[in-house]
Write a protein of this length. Structure first.
Lengths: 245, 255
């Protein structure tokens, strides 16, 4: 029953987010601030993790391909497929659920605890539009972050593979181009947009409707991370079934 | 003037407000007092329109809140100022940003007009020098003054304060009380203050409503509260040893 109530409250929240918009002049600055906080602020960790995961995927594949009949360009192919199809869109999103999601829940939750949301509502400001809408718009730039993650991951794989002596530059490049289906990139970005929506709205929901004090802000951040990750994993499965099957 | 008629509010099976009727006059500081759990905060939130009562009505200068359209309610909200218990200042904005916020949101004034208004209210609460500081960089008393400045910057008709003195030393608390009373008189505002600070009652209680278990138990002025025989009120007022001593002195003097 409580799950149904939460789903209902989430739907009402989404409806409210798009009602009674704040003046565009103010909204513009809020959106730019959120792009800076949520997207630009996440680039460092995304680039760092993507580089090393790309490198590790390549090394792991190279080490496990011991059969001399299997061409070495398969290492590049596997790295490309792993990074584009799963690592960048899905696993980076789960990392972002920890970084961006926790930030969103704790910042909105703290505003709730310190009555700043009440202050907005008393003034007649649509608090949901003021707080959540800029985050949704900022997260529309999330595919750019994932594109960077894909590129850096492949670069990491290339450096680890070629400079680690596992395969040649030509073999890696050939592997990257084997059986390339552009729709797989489209699929990855469709997933990314769905995850962006989850990353913006689910943590906002947990922050906005939290009750209690500082301890509950911490608990709400944890709950938000769990539910955001669960939804990303479930949606990943459903979208893969729908788009690739 | 705010007229409250027989309002009821419950949460689940718990009846918090069980039929309160009261009138809050313009240019007066009206105090709502009572023990924790008496329904003060819920009552104040009903006055602010944050909670909708299940029964009864609240009229602001004749405008029944329940009968107003969404836009009319939004316009009415802009006539209200609120000072929260914890000040509720926006952490990410400076003192000036906090005070400027309602003007940016709801007015079409030019930048210079808005700046002029912000300077005026900051000067009124004696905080011009702190304009560029963030809430975390100023004292609790200064935060309360910023909250008052933000509440009055739109020239409100109604000012609501939830425990404006909580967490403040007695000297700063008196300063805040006096500031609220001066502003109420100067701008002819209907002010409603939620408090359980007896010093505030003594200082600015032009009209006092005592709530007990969701009902209005007593109503009067700061002079009348020390003469009443209502046991619930005397039990509340004289729970402080200091006030009990004052009462004894008063009784001795009278005899």
């Amino acid at each position: 029953m409580s799950y149904l109530t939460s789903i209902g409250s989430y739907a009402i929240m989404i409806k409210e987010v798009f009602k009674k918009p704040v003046k565009w002049r103010i909204m513009k600055s809020l959106i730019l601030k959120e792009i800076d906080e949520l997207m630009y602020g996440s680039l460092g960790i995304v680039i760092f993790i993507s580089f090393f995961i790309g490198a590790v995927v390549t090394i792991q594949t190279a080490i496990n391909l011991t059969n001399p009949i299997i061409p070495k360009n398969l290492i590049g192919f596997t790295a490309r497929q792993s990074i584009i199809l799963e690592f960048s869109p899905t696993f980076v999103s789960i990392i972002m659920a920890g970084k961006v999601g926790s930030y969103i829940t704790s910042s909105i939750g703290t505003m709730r605890v310190t009555e700043q949301i009440d202050a907005l509502e008393v003034m007649g400001v649509n608090a949901l539009n003021y707080l959540v809408f800029p985050k949704i718009v900022a997260m529309l730039f999330y595919p750019f972050v994932i594109a960077i993650s894909m590129f850096v991951g492949i670069v990491g794989g290339w450096i680890a593979g070629v400079f680690g002596g596992f395969l040649t530059n030509a073999e890696f490049s050939e592997g990257l181009q084997i059986d390339f289906k552009p729709f797989q990139v489209v699929y990855a970005f469709i997933k990314t947009l769905v995850f962006a929506w989850i990353l913006a709205t689910v943590p906002s929901f947990h922050g906005f409707y939290m009750k209690g004090g500082a301890l509950e802000v911490g608990k709400a951040s944890t709950t938000s991370f769990v539910w955001t990750s669960v939804l990303i994993v479930v949606m990943n499965y459903l979208l893969t079934q729908l788009l690739l099957n | 003037m705010i007229e409250v008629k027989d309002i009821h509010k419950s949460f689940g099976d718990t009846n918090v407000l069980k039929g309160i009727t009261a009138t809050f006059k313009k240019g007066k500081t009206n105090l709502i007092i009572g023990q924790s759990g008496s329904g003060k905060t819920v009552f104040l939130k009903c006055l602010l329109g944050l909670f909708s009562p299940e029964e009864g009505s609240i009229a602001y200068d004749g405008r029944d809140y329940a009968k107003l359209s969404g836009d009319e309610r939004r316009d009415l909200r802009q006539e209200m100022g609120m000072v929260f218990q914890g000040s509720a200042l926006f952490d990410s904005m400076t003192v000036e940003g906090n005070v400027m916020f309602p003007l940016d949101m709801f007015t079409k004034k030019s930048k210079s007009e808005k700046q002029e208004r912000v300077d005026f209210v900051l000067k009124r609460v004696n905080l011009l020098e702190a304009r560029d500081r963030f809430p975390s960089q100023i004292s609790g008393g200064m935060q309360k003054r910023v909250a008052i400045a933000r509440a009055i910057v739109m020239n409100p008709k109604y000012l609501f304060c939830d425990e404006p003195n909580s967490g403040l030393d007695p000297k700063t608390a008196t300063l805040i009380d006096n500031l609220i009373q001066e502003i109420t008189e100067e701008y002819d505002i209907t002010t409603v203050i939620n408090t359980h600070d007896m010093n505030s009652v003594m200082e600015i209680g032009e009209k006092i409503i005592f709530l007990k278990d969701g009902l209005k138990e007593w109503e009067g002025t700061k002079n009348e509260i020390f003469k009443t025989d209502n046991k619930a009120v005397t039990g509340f007022v004289y729970s402080s040893e200091l006030f009990e001593k004052v009462r004894k002195m008063y009784v001795e003097e009278r005899n």
